[in-house]
Design a protein. Sequence first.
Lengths: 370, 317
Amino acid sequence: MTKSIAKPIKTPKEVEREFNLLRVLVGMAIALFIAFLIILLISKTPLAALESFIIGPLTTLRRIGNIVEAMTPLLFTGVAVCFIFSANQTNMAVEGGFLLGALGATIGATVFHLPPVLHPLVCMLLGGLFGAFACYVPAILYVKFNSKPVVSSLMMNYICMYIALGIINHVIRDPGAGFPASYTFDETAQLARILKGTHIHAGILIGLAVALFGYLYLYRSRRGYEIRMVGKNMNFAAYSGMPVNTVLMRSQLIGGFLAGMGGAVEVLGMYTRFQYQGLTGHGFDGILVGIIAGYNPAMVPLAALFLGYIRVGADVMSRMNDIPIELVSIIQSIIIVLVVAERFLYKLKHRKLVEVAHKELAREEVAAHE
Amino acid sequence: MNNNILSAILSAEFAYSVIRVTTPLLFCALAALVCNRGGVLNIAFEGCMLTAAFCGVVGSAYSQSLFVGLLAGLAGGIGIMMLMGYFNLILNANVVLTGIALNTFASGGTVFALYILCNDKGLSTSLQSLAFPTVNIPLIQDIPMLGKILSGHNVLTYVSFLFVFLVYLLIFKTPLGLRIRAVGENPNAASSVGINVTKTKFITLLIGGLIASLGGVYMSMGYLTWFGRDMVAGRGFIGIAAQNLGNAAPVPTFVAALFFGFANALSNVLQTQDIPSEAVQAIPYIATLIGLIAYSSSTRKKRLGRKVPRRRIADGL
């Protein structure tokens, strides 16, 4: 008898959590499987293409560096999405916020002249504030005018794009660059490279710190609890005395700030001048990262690593073989729909839950007999 | 310079171009209207239109038949909407996130296929695709000013006007429209009187997908005569906003679409002037934000202790 008691039965909550993880993993596996199928069907050299997709990113130090470089901005936008979506706001202005953040950092890095460590910090702060502005507009439209953030944030993305391009092309454009780009950044503002032979820069460390901060804030602090509670049930949160509108605004401003910081870190670490020609897609990638991470910042680094890996793999493949890099978009979309589909693997989960309930009943019965 | 702009805006050519750029917005807005009435409003119209634009070009290029091109375009767009229905209605997935996924899929998938077919990631100009003809309306084209504005448009533009009327008939004058509205307003009540809610929602998505696909086909086979990467450029979202602004009623939605078309055409005109083009290109999107505020303040919904001053039909996004 003591044996069965020694092995604790899972609670339904644990089963739920386990299945969420399983759904993410199965979703990623199915998406990759479909990608492999597409490669096999379309490529003239399928095996070489598959090889460069799967193993390619690990073959040289530079490519490993590329993975880290690709995941760095996703850490910021991924955590930003965790904040915003935890409050159940589908504010997608993270995308525009990232670009505005890059603009803010550009202004900081070309207009101000400051000592080394202080300069990138000021640039990141400026970028963060710019990014917060992008998310502020849809947030305030919801709180004040009750206009849901879906369409307004999508519109905001385009507005951010034109703001950034307008300022770059007409105010701080370097006529000597030969293409539309800003003046070069002061060297004091650029982030230090931390590994020779790659472009890995200090941004990865800042990004990991942001993920840690996000986890502590959302899951280990009272304010984070407020955000998650408002996201789960706004009426309940209001009823228990939480300032719902303030919490909504706070979650989105923090998210926008982090997204903007990500844009700042990306341009300061990877480039010497602002040279984007449009939206970068980092915000929507951040949404995918957030979804895979289950809106938990602690999982964001893993999710970002995964996305960075398939990005670099697809890039290597598109350069060596005949499969375009857009394959990544197809993989991404399949993962999103499978992870957010509540009914996907539902039967398996249901069976598991019933099993747990049966065990629980059996144990109670045994206990009653004794 | 101001006189130049003013005379450019007051000309018949400008009014003509307003109608021309309104067409895809109107199609999308009407599709969003039907979906909103049926409780399945989503943001996948962008991907739906893009896929339709691509499939239309490819279908017409390979068959050299306009009709086959149209069918291919409709099939592609409706396919995206059916995927939306499958994931949202059957697998219970969040509607906005599914929409993001389908838009990503359409954006990447069309470029992927374009590269496979034409070895080009930007334009489909190497495909010999067909375009819908323009039509001169017999009597109207002879009226001095009006003729220039209303006649000589693409045939799909007139179809879009026709659809304002058709959608009105469908939603308010047919049994199917009644079922769609019943399901949209209260699925439980509709289900209790024997309406198959899921089936009705699928039909709604089908109709919405069909109308939006016409807009997509217009983009690549009328407005332009080729497919370009991400050529829908947010029109799918602006259509939803127009429908919000029109409170999911056909004629106000038509007016709202014209308003966004006006902003769009205005930005095209101003781009030729000495104004930073970025400021001008942002106009339609800023107008949409302002429109959303106007819509929301006129139909303020009860949220957390607020009063409900006015009747509200549609929820919006």
